[in-house]
Design a protein around this ligand. Structure first.
Ligand code: FA5
Length: 339
């Protein structure tokens, strides 16, 4: 029987040493220590042995059981640390590695510049106002002193929709909408998208941005208008900008002007952008026509004001030296990522 115990010891030691994982070690524990193991059978059979042999074999069998338990738990600890190390090796995190870059979106140049423009006009007491892009004939033309059949309507090539609706050709209809609902004094800007049914080129788009402005009170003059333009453009371009007003015609103003600013590229000396003139045309303006005041229910003898409509897209082009207006809506990320 002692020989049997020796054999069990030798086999158990060997098996435990070779156990490669915790599952296998558990099988070995069952095999050598379980209810059906050879060692348990010896312990159970002790009662049938003579007293001396029972004592001796019992002691030895118990020692062996303790030894196997100790070997099992030592191997279990060893295997545990091997597993932990292999997990650590596999899941190692190198905190010094550069992370994967997250692509972040950003504002469109038009939105960015708009915030800047609103800031400058806001500091001069102007409120920013919005209006619909789908307009009626009345607001886009008629209330602006262009009754049906008026030849000046041809100045704006129009996208007509169903039911006499149209895509607004300028931001001027918002002047009328605002004056219908508000009394003077008025000081607003209206940035927004406008649409024209025309051939496109580097400075003409079918969809572009305008910046309308309207000031109405009792004693407003062209001098006030020029001062506002001078202040705005000098702050917008960060340079002193000269303003020139040249006579022009828009049915909703009298007198009407074209606004020229001194060239922001050559500072008035003459370059290819300003075609060597030193001046850039930037929008239309004028003193609000009495018929427009009548259309919104004001007394034209009391109300006086100026209105302007600037080519907002072209202003941004000059600020950032963008060569083609069509880039704004091209969706070309190479262009957009520069802002
Ligand atoms: C008007 O649209 C008038 N509503 C402006 C106005 C407002 C006059 C208030 C008087 C009082 P005009 O059609 O000239 O005017 O357009 C104004 C500016 O928009 C132009 O000076 C130009 O800078 C810009 N613009 C005109 N057409 C295009 C186009 N196809 N693409 C890009 N910008 C354009």
């Amino acid at each position: 029987m002692e020989k049997d115990l020796e054999k069990i010891r030798a086999h158990a030691k060997e098996a435990i040493r070779n156990a490669a994982d915790l599952g296998f070690l558990e099988q070995i524990r069952v095999e050598y220590m379980g209810r059906k193991s050879a060692l348990t059978a010896i312990l159970r059979g002790l009662k049938d042995l003579p007293i001396n042999a029972r004592k001796r074999i019992g002691q030895e069998a118990n020692h062996l059981a303790e030894e196997i338990e100790r070997l099992l738990s030592e191997r279990k600890r060893e295997l545990g640390s091997v597993i932990r190390e292999s997990i650590l090796a596999k899941e190692r995190l190198d905190v010094t590695m550069p992370g994967s870059r997250i692509e972040r979106g950003h504002q469109h140049p038009v939105t960015k510049v708009l915030a800047e423009i609103e800031g400058i006009f806001g500091s001069m007491g102007f409120e920013t106002v919005d209006g619909p892009e789908v307009e009626t004939d009345f607001y886009n033309f008629e209330a602006l002193n262009m009754p049906p059949g008026h030849p000046a309507r041809d100045m704006w090539d129009t996208f007509w929709l169903k039911n006499k609706l149209l895509l607004r050709t300028h931001t001027s209809p918002v002047q009328v909408r605002y004056m219908e609902k508000h009394n003077p004094p008025i000081r607003i800007i209206v940035p927004g998208r406008v649409y024209r049914y025309e051939a496109t080129d580097a400075s003409h788009e079918i969809q572009f941005e305008q910046l309308e402005g309207l000031v109405v009170d009792t004693h407003i003059s062209v001098a006030n208008f020029k001062a506002v333009m001078q202040e705005f453009f000098s702050r917008f371009y960060g340079n002193h900008i000269e303003i020139q007003l040249r006579p022009s015609y828009f049915p909703f103003v009298e007198p009407g002007f074209e606004i020229f600013i001194s060239c922001v590229i050559c500072k008035g000396k003459g370059c290819s952008v300003c075609k060597q003139t030193g001046w850039l045309e930037i929008g239309g303006a004028g003193m609000v026509h009495p018929n427009v005041f009548k259309a919104v229910g004001y007394n034209p003898k009391q109300a006086r004001g100026f209105a302007f409509g600037l080519g907002f897209s072209r202003m941004i082009m000059m600020k950032y030296k963008i060569p083609d207006v069509r880039l704004f809506n091209s969706g070309d990320l190479r262009f957009l990522k520069q802002f």
